[in-house]
Design a protein around this ligand. Structure first.
Ligand SMILES: [Zn+2]
Length: 259
């Protein structure tokens, strides 16, 4: 199938005075990661960077005026493609190696193993065509040879670390299960959680290479204790407390935790 050339690779939406969401509209939902920009007094935060098919730095240079810390919620390739464009990168200690040397990436569903595909279909993702992007970023782009560039982390994160923008404080929460080094950023004062792929409003992946159900169940229990008012996830729409609790409950039920 021949793909059209996209006019613009990234879309964006202003959430409030400080928070902007960027995403890649021409990417299927499975790989369409939410990229969060948080404006701070002294420095900005960038949470995840998308596939790296196009330069994020260039596309959003008006936003990236300040000193910026780019934080990986985890290192699945749909989240880390743009980290090589940023000097200050942070990732959980457990996944530092795969930020430096990313896992194999594919923009074709035929590039996944049968087991991976099965797990993703079972979770609720649909693969109705081979290509996982619906447009090309430019004429010369070659889907088949796509790979992710590595990036060197400056900061290896651990549970409990505080990320300070000057006027906002985010606590790093280690949320393993989806992947070993998944993290969330929790701002208690506003009840805001940036949750990466630990929890989002869409099919959660708990049976892919590197995921662990036991850890995931513990993560869900830890999340439930937070006085969340809004969750900005790694994929899909943001949601409030009620939906948060529903998503946790349905995960627990699916894994036989409730009668
Ligand atoms: Zn992921």
């Amino acid at each position: 199938m021949s793909l059209v050339i996209a006019d613009r690779w990234f879309s964006r939406k202003r959430i409030d005075d400080d928070i902007t969401l960027l995403w890649e509209p021409h990417v299927v939902p499975l790989l369409r990661c939410n990229i969060w920009h948080i404006k701070g007094r002294d420095r900005d935060l960038l949470i995840d960077t998308g596939l790296g098919v196009c330069s994020l730095r260039e596309a959003a240079k008006d936003l990236f005026a300040k000193d910026i810390l780019a934080i990986a919620t985890h290192t699945h390739y749909d989240h880390i493609g743009g980290f090589h464009e940023f000097e200050s990168c942070a990732v959980h200690r457990c996944e530092a190696h795969s930020l430096v040397r990313p896992e194999d990436a594919t923009l074709l569903s035929s590039g996944f193993s049968t087991d991976e595909l099965e797990s993703m279909v079972e979770a609720g993702y649909v693969f109705d065509r081979d290509e996982l992007i619906l447009a090309l970023p430019h004429q010369k782009f070659d889907i088949a040879s796509f790979q992710i560039k590595g990036a060197k982390p400056k900061w290896l994160l651990e549970d409990g670390d505080i990320i300070d923008t000057g006027d906002r404080h985010f606590q790093v929460m280690h949320l393993p299960g989806h992947s070993p080094g998944s993290i969330g950023l929790w701002e208690e004062s506003s009840g805001t959680l940036f949750s990466g792929d630990a929890i989002y409003d869409g099919p959660l992946l708990d049976n892919i290479p590197g995921s662990n159900i036991e850890d995931y169940l513990n993560t869900m229990e830890a999340l439930r204790k937070l006085k969340v008012s809004v969750v900005h996830g790694g994929h899909g729409q943001s949601f409030g407390r009620e939906r948060f609790l529903t998503l946790i409950d349905s995960f627990m039920t699916r894994h036989g935790q409730y009668a």
